[in-house]
Design a protein around this ligand. Structure first.
Ligand SMILES: [Zn+2]
Ligand SMILES: [Zn+2]
Length: 326
């Protein structure tokens, strides 16, 4: 493959973040204008709002009126897409590419809510599968799984949360770099699912802009939007095109926060055929690719390893020869 052919998909990549809350959610008071300003500051092409809907609510999505194309201070474009996050008896669920709310509430199973999303023509993503209530029904026909979620990464700090909060006020990027490790458990589950069926990996910003200490804002949108991003092979900044890219897995997850870090970088291929770009021994990751995503294009001259069995997702260093994909 010529180097020019490799460049083509990269030139058409759109960068965005998925899973953003603001004032319509019960746990955020941030105005929409802050989301917009931060998205332009982080140089995003698209943002997917997923505000919480009250249990059992029906009808329009929260903040449905915010969907559309916006122009930034320097003439740049930003596409705002609107979905919703709903509660089910099996955990939270993101309803995406729908025009109205699916069934939800404590008496609605995850599978029933997902069926409702599908009946509305949309797709359903399980967010934060192992934190914030987690997810219980792994047989349910969800279309996507958040393998990364900022709120999950933060909660996994455990006893380190109080010092991390204090350190965030002084050196926020260092805390993020420390906090954002490769999400082992989620990726292991993702590989297990891929062995049985098609499922798409998502990165959830789960941005709320609702954490502050002594008036010091610890989770401004721009910081969250710049840390981990979704990069899609999509030729146009058009709602249908971007929804299709997200739904089909034509996107990879990029850990911008670790770019420029020192340490050995290597591509690692998993049994499902998807690839990740590891930093160091894989405790951190620069990119999580999937079968249809930009990370799957062959690269020449890259440092590449092949994971020969599923257990590698738990192992810091895979064994195997360097290979070049045909
Ligand atoms: Zn949630
Ligand atoms: Zn959320």
């Amino acid at each position: 493959m010529s180097s020019l052919a490799w460049l083509l998909p990269a030139l058409s990549a759109l960068v965005g973040v998925v899973h953003v809350h603001h004032a319509p959610s019960h746990d955020s008071s941030a105005p929409f204008e802050e989301v917009l300003a931060a998205a332009f500051e982080a140089e995003l092409d698209f943002v997917v709002l997923t505000d919480h809907a009250p249990p059992g609510a029906v009808g329009p999505l929260p903040a449905a009126e915010r969907a559309g194309l916006y122009t930034g201070p320097e003439g740049e474009s930003l596409l705002v897409l609107v979905g919703a996050e709903v509660g089910t008896s099996d955990g939270h669920l993101l309803a995406l590419d729908v025009r109205e709310l699916p069934r939800s509430g404590k008496d609605v199973s995850g599978a029933a809510a997902i069926d409702s999303v599908h009946a509305l023509g949309g797709f359903a993503v399980v967010p934060h599968p192992f934190s914030h209530g987690g997810w219980r029904d792994w047989e349910a026909p969800f279309d996507g799984l958040e393998v990364h979620n900022n709120a999950s990464a933060f909660s996994q700090l455990g006893l380190l949360i109080p010092p991390a909060v204090i350190a965030s006020a002084i050196a926020p990027k260092s805390v993020l770099r420390f906090m954002l490790r490769r999400p082992e458990r989620e990726l292991e589950r993702f590989e297990t699912l891929l062995a049985e069926r098609s499922v798409v990996a998502f990165s959830g910003a789960d941005a709320h802009r609702n954490v502050s200490i002594l008036g010091w804002r610890l989770d401004p949108y721009a910081r969250v939007f710049s840390a981990v991003q979704t990069v899609c092979d999509a030729p146009q900044l058009d709602p249908e095109v971007v929804w299709r890219a997200l739904r089909s897995g034509a996107c990879s997850i990029r850990y911008r926060i670790h770019e420029g870090s020192r340490g050995r970088k290597q591509w690692v291929e998993f049994p499902s055929g998807r690839r990740e770009r590891w930093l160091g021994l894989g405790r951190r990751v620069l990119e999580i690719g999937q079968r249809n995503g930009p990370g799957m294009h062959p690269r020449t001259g890259s440092d590449e390893s092949r994971a020969t069995d599923r257990s590698v997702s738990n192992a810091p260093s895979p064994r195997g020869s360097r290979t070049a994909r045909p």
